[in-house]
Design a binder for this molecule. Structure first.
Ligand SMILES: Nc1ncnc2c1ncn2[C@@H]1O[C@H](COP(=O)(O)OP(=O)(O)OP(=O)(O)O)[C@@H](O)[C@H]1O
Ligand SMILES: [Mg+2]
Length: 411
């Protein structure tokens, strides 16, 4: 798919942007704090309806407008599907409005509206309509950071390709907080523990769908990322992605604990219903402990994913370079995976990632990106790019929230 036009209003430091977007590579060049990342953030928002940066949508609204009684921050994108999306019109328009309204007492309220071709949609309906894969300098955190980073990564990617995943996730979180409130109450004040049965059933049903989707996706991603890492390391490293579910539908028997940590456990044969039943049984088995703790201890909210290369856990023993290359392999695999799942090539968004890579990896990445349908790539330094890449790209100069398209010089 391809973004053809982007307009922003009161979004971060863009008071107004209206720009045609060509296919192929677009290089966003500018000094620090000019708006490069913000522009990518706006595009990625259309794929996930959340910011990869901000902890709250309110931060996306331009500072200078924040004291106005009514502010509408807007992202509008026109994009086109490539051939092979028979169920949908080729041309689409997606719009997000973040509306901040202040009442007479000075309290402000934020609303989010999503319009697909002019018709209002819920997040769960609009997610996956536009697809993007994001490369960030701190994506190393996917390997090195806390499990939360990996869950977030999985959730953002899976929401885009698996219909219903985003809604399941929202529902799961809602159920989790209700169940936690009840556990806390039972812990503090006692009461009838059978009240939990209703929440256990619901949590297990929704949680099982999430676990099932994660099992399948990690399996698929691993198959694609393995060869990419081998390629990037000239055959030296073999990657394994090891899903570590907090409720394991296929727990290891005590005999298996002696196996190496990266030994493959194939959970992909488990049906959603098998997982649901197992999850629910486990919840009733550990009920007493959970009441004592006053919170839910198993389920997708506690899942982890580990990266192994040649048998070592990269998150613990990997060198910086090894981790970086593994994430790069994962991200490159994600592009192929998303294309296979949706029938459309995602728009690629790369924020300042080249500066982090050694020259060989940099060239590897640029070679792989050269043929992409559309990639928006930010940089403070054009010298990091090969001449071939720069001459094939359209160059946008970004200065304080304004974009100037650099005219192409015809040879
Ligand atoms: N809500 C907002 N309203 C107005 N300006 C904002 C808002 N949020 C952030 N900014 C400002 O927008 C500017 C652009 O930030 P951005 O992260 O896009 O810069 P950048 O070009 O990616 O810079 P760098 O090269 O340092 O990464 C910064 O000066 C930032 O402080
Ligand atoms: Mg930036």
């Amino acid at each position: 798919m391809q973004l053809t036009h982007l307009s922003l209003t009161q979004f971060r430091n863009f008071s107004r942007l209206d720009i045609d977007v060509p296919g192929g590579a677009v290089l966003l060049v500018g000094g620090n704090a000019q708006g490069k990342t913000s522009l990518l953030e706006a595009v990625y928002y259309l794929a996930t309806f959340t910011s990869f940066h901000a902890s709250h949508d309110r931060q996306l609204i331009s500072f200078w407008a924040k004291n106005e009684p009514l502010v509408v921050s807007r992202i509008v994108a026109d994009f086109e599907y490539s051939a092979g999306k028979p169920d949908r019109e080729t041309r689409q328009r997606l719009e997000v409005r973040l509306i901040s309204e202040r009442d007479d007492f000075g309290n402000s309220r934020l609303r989010k509206e999503i319009l697909l071709n002019g018709v209002g949609r819920k997040v769960g309906e609009a997610i996956g309509v536009f697809n993007a894969v994001l490369f960030l300098p701190h994506m190393l955190r996917i390997v090195e950071g806390a499990p939360e980073e990996r869950r977030r990564y999985l959730n953002l990617s899976l929401s885009q390709v698996t219909p219903g995943y985003a809604s399941d996730l929202a529902e799961y979180n809602r159920l989790l907080s209700q169940r936690n409130a009840l556990l806390k109450q039972l812990n503090e004040r006692g009461g009838d523990a059978d009240q939990l049965t209703f929440w256990d059933e619901q949590l297990a049903a929704t949680g099982a769908r999430i676990i099932y989707t994660r099992i399948q996706a990690i399996h698929e991603l691993e198959k694609l990322a393995g060869p990419v890492l081998q390629d990037l390391t000239r055959g030296k490293e073999v990657l394994r992605l090891n899903y570590v579910p907090a409720f394991d539908p296929l727990p290891l028997s005590p005999l298996q604990y002696a196996l190496p940590l990266d030994a493959p456990v194939n959970r992909s044969g488990q049906s959603v219903d098998q997982i649901r039943r197992g999850f629910q049984e486990e919840l009733s088995r550990i009920r007493h402990t959970e009441i004592q703790r006053g919170s839910s201890t198993i389920g997708p909210h506690r899942d982890d994913l580990r990266f192994f290369s040649n048998g070592i856990d990269l998150g613990i023993y990997g060198s910086r370079g090894q981790c970086r290359t593994a994430v790069l392999a994962l991200k490159l695999a994600e592009i192929v995976w998303m294309t296979q799942k949706t029938g459309q090539t995602p728009v690629l968004l790369l924020d300042e990632v080249l500066a982090e890579l050694d020259p060989a990896r940099r060239e590897d990445l640029l070679d792989r990106l050269l043929g992409s349908e559309q990639a928006l790539v930010t940089t403070t330094d054009l010298d990091l790019f090969t001449e071939d890449y720069v001459s094939a790209a359209q160059i946008w100069r970004i200065t304080t929230g304004q974009v100037q398209v650099q005219p192409t010089v015809d040879a």
